[in-house]
Design a protein around this ligand. Structure first.
Ligand code: 3HC
Ligand code: NAI
Length: 696
């Protein structure tokens, strides 16, 4: 087998090239190849300096993550980097693309660094539940100072090359072609002793600053261990000799490697990539995608328009009348202004977008040239069918017609057209220009290349797309409706909504369910309950307290009061809520009882996992990992727990099934074990077993 690392010489410069697509990760073959190439370079008397460079789209993007969790295989990356650093002749790292994790650590083991101006570099290990494990905690502070290094490794930020130059992380920006610039730099170093990062003085400790940083991390990332461990390991090691510091780092890295958080975060990393691998669209090219038409410029339509504009797409937005169009245009301009003020968009670029790439219209004909049409009008089947019939008349052949419906049957919407093959659901989340999740809803007759276009759009918008089958609520909202019902039932039976929020944020959710309701508006849930009232089963439990709050005019944040009172800063629990709950329970003849945080979490998670199992079983989600990606990216599920299905496997499916059966003793209408869950427990399998062999 040929090695992914080669050695060659150009004049008096030795060239070591790593070629390991797609991202030059340092798998075992690369590590072994680097040792061999370093030996060849050392033995080549004609080479007086070296250049280490990567083929393909990027410099080394890190250790090979797929090797984590398996028995490590020699040579180990810290030893490979030590061997390069120990060379007697200087080696220049020539960086393009992204130098991440072990990739940046490898570059820091070289004796000089030069980067393409577009390159970025960072230590993102904490996002995988790890800390830099190949010298990053000890070499980065020696190059850029203690606090900038700790900030970089705890934030996982990608540092642009010009900033890296200012920080002293790299020595030069390449002027022109990278290889030539790196060789020129190596020529200036030829014959000189190598400058080894390990020999630079370690920065002084700064206990006040590191304690402040740790306190901030504990506050902003509750429950997560990698970030604070990285600070501890780096500072402890820097107080020792370099080799002792490396031993401290290794021990910390291996301890985190064994942590459930590492397993969960790496599951999330691969799950977010696996969702795009669908047998149905394997090898199917997407349709052309340059011009987008959006129907409805309310909350969602305007956000979708901005998301598309920021990705460089051309957008025409259709409203019912000129007043609606003007309002939508103003919303779009406001959202773009927000992007400018947050530094995400340059003002001249915003001006160019508004002048050339965006327009509103009130006549469907304006959508005739669009490659993709996204409908975001009111959530009403009649209105949506009328819109699709109109789009069917004007859209060009081959245009993809998409609906942003939250719950409605996309098959029925497709039937309103003469071209159901071109119709899909594209379920964005609010705010659409911020939230990363996109559910691509696949009705029965959708053509594979229409589906592939939905996935291509997500990639273009830097979102993560998950395929969902047609049902009420698709993957995410359907699971949400179910666990919200469990949460509301606890409140009916005596739980305090504020304590429910506290228990679930304690578990790691970004927000508690009642704070979320206040944010979305109590009117949304009220309307949904009204809409579904006719189909309600007599044993379904209705959150009468939510209806009463709504009827009293408390809509949440937008009216100033809901479960919380927003007149206070920060908001406090609504002081009238306990009396309202007491009255509602009395009306219903319920005797309240207490729920501690453990029971709140157990019931919420059991409901979530049970419904998620049904969602997988009936094919709404292709695999358990698709559910995890939806809940992580659209519903604030803690990433370090990997998603509900990963969490359930780790927690024990048998324990969850026992809980469901125990809860069923009180309410066997709501608590019915999903057959898939029962089957997995009976056969000793896990959700993870269903992820395997399903990808294209
Ligand atoms: N190991 C193994 N596979 C990797 C990988 C890695 N470090 N990084 C990316 N890949 C794979 C992806 O799984 C994907 O595979 P697929 O095509 O089969 O789905 C493929 O490479 C392309 O990746 P992306 O789709 O993410 O490509 P992008 O161009 O969007 O992004 C990237 C490229 C910015 C490099 C991004 O992949 C990334 O952030 N990778 C992870 C970087 C990272 O976390 N590095 C640190 C690793 S831990 C470490 O180094 C420990 C050390 O300190 C000892
Ligand atoms: P909205 O009420 O803010 O906006 C709807 C817009 O559509 C209004 O501006 C209205 O003038 C326009 N409109 C109505 N009929 C039209 C027609 N025939 N032609 C052109 N424009 C028309 O509603 P919102 O919240 O933006 O929701 C839109 C859709 O997105 C709904 O289907 C909703 O279920 C879905 N959705 C909403 C989310 C949310 O958080 N609000 C999240 C995800 C999906």
């Amino acid at each position: 087998m040929t090695s992914p690392v080669t050695y060659a010489r150009q004049g008096r410069i030795g060239l070591i090239t790593i070629d390991n697509p797609p991202v030059n990760a340092t798998g075992q073959a690369v590590r072994a190849g680097l040792i061999d190439a370093a030996r060849a370079f050392a033995a080549d008397d004609a080479a007086q300096a070296g250049v280490l460079i990567c083929a393909g789209r990027t410099w080394v993007a890190g250790a090979d993550i797929s090797e984590f969790g398996r028995p490590p295989q020699a040579p180990f990356l810290p030893d490979v980097i030590a061997a390069i650093e120990a060379l007697e002749k200087p080696v220049v790292a020539a960086i393009h693309g992204t130098a991440l994790g072990g990739g940046l650590e490898l570059a820091m083991g070289c004796h000089a660094r030069i980067a393409a101006p577009s390159a970025r570099m960072g230590l993102p290990e904490v996002t995988l539940g790890l800390l830099p494990g190949a010298g990053g905690t000890q070499r980065l502070p020696r190059l850029i100072g203690l606090m900038p290094a700790l900030e970089a490794m705890t934030s996982a930020r990608q540092i642009p090359a010009p900033e890296a130059r200012e920080l002293g992380l790299i020595d030069a920006l390449a002027d022109g072609e990278l290889t030539a610039a790196a060789i020129a730099l190596a020529e200036t170093l030829a014959g000189q002793p190598p400058r080894r990062t390990r020999d630079l003085p370690a920065p002084e400790a700064d206990p006040a600053a590191t304690d402040a940083l740790k306190a901030r991390l504990v506050r902003s990332l509750p429950g997560q261990i990698a970030q604070t461990t990285a600070v501890d390991v780096a500072t402890e090691g820097l107080a020792l000799s370099f080799d002792e510091g490396m031993a401290v780092e290794r021990a910390g890295f291996l301890a985190l490697m064994d942590s459930p958080q590492r397993a969960a975060l790496i599951h999330a990393f691969f799950a977010e990539r696996a969702v795009a691998h669908l047998p149905q669209i394997a090898g199917v090219p997407p349709r052309a995608l340059d011009r987008v038409g959006i129907v409805g410029g309310g909350l969602m339509g305007a956000g979708i328009a901005v998301s598309c504009l920021l990705a460089g797409l051309d957008v025409t937005l259709l409203e019912r009348d000129q007043a609606g169009a003007d309002k939508a245009a103003a919303t779009v301009a406001d959202l773009l202004a927000g992007a400018v003020s947050r530094g995400k968009l340059a003002a001249p670029r915003r001006d160019a977008i508004l002048a050339d790439a965006f327009r509103t219209a009130t006549d469907h004909e304006a959508l005739a040239q669009a490659d993709l049409l996204i409908e975001a009008v009111f959530e009403s089947m009649d209105v949506k069918r009328q819109v699709f019939a109109a789009l069917d008349r004007v859209a060009k052949p081959g245009a993809v017609l998409a609906t942003n419906t939250s719950y409605l049957d996309v098959n029925q919407i497709a039937d309103a057209t003469s071209r159901p093959r071109d119709v899909i659901g594209l379920h964005f989340f609010s705010p659409a220009h911020v939230m990363r999740l996109l559910e691509v809803v696949v009705p029965d007759r959708a053509a594979p290349d229409a589906i592939a276009t939905g996935f291509a759009l997500a990639k273009r918008l830097k979102k993560v797309a998950v395929r969902a089958g047609v049902c009420d609520g698709f993957i995410g909202n359907r699971i949400l409706a179910h666990y919200r019902a469990a949460v509301d039932a606890m409140v009916l039976d005596g739980a305090d909504p504020i304590a429910v929020d506290r228990a679930l944020t304690g578990f790691g959710f970004a927000m508690g369910p009642y704070a979320v309701t206040d944010l979305a508006g109590l009117d949304i849930g009220y309307m949904t309950r009204q809409r579904k009232a006719a189909d309600r089963h007599p044993r379904d439990r209705v959150p009468a307290f939510a209806d009463r709050l709504y009827e009293q005019g408390h809509l949440g944040r937008k009216s100033g009061r809901g479960y919380y009172d927003y007149a206070a800063k920060p908001p406090v629990p609504n002081p009238d809520l306990p009396a309202l709950l007491e009255a509602v329970r009395a009306d219903l003849g319920l005797t309240p009882r207490g729920f501690d945080a453990d029971e709140i979490v157990a019931r919420t998670m059991a409901a979530m996992v049970n419904e998620a199992a049904r969602v997988v079983e009936d094919g709404t989600a292709l695999r358990p990992l698709d559910v995890d990606v939806v809940m992580l990216n659209g519903y604030g599920f803690p990433r370090w727990r990997g998603g509900p299905m990963h969490w359930a496997d780790a927690h024990g499916l048998d324990r969850i099934l026992d809980d469901i059966r125990r809860f069923a003793a009180e309410d066997d209408h709501f608590w019915r074990p999903a057959p898939l869950l029962v089957d997995l427990v009976a056969t000793g399998r896990r959700f993870a077993d269903l992820n395997e062999g399903q990808s294209a």
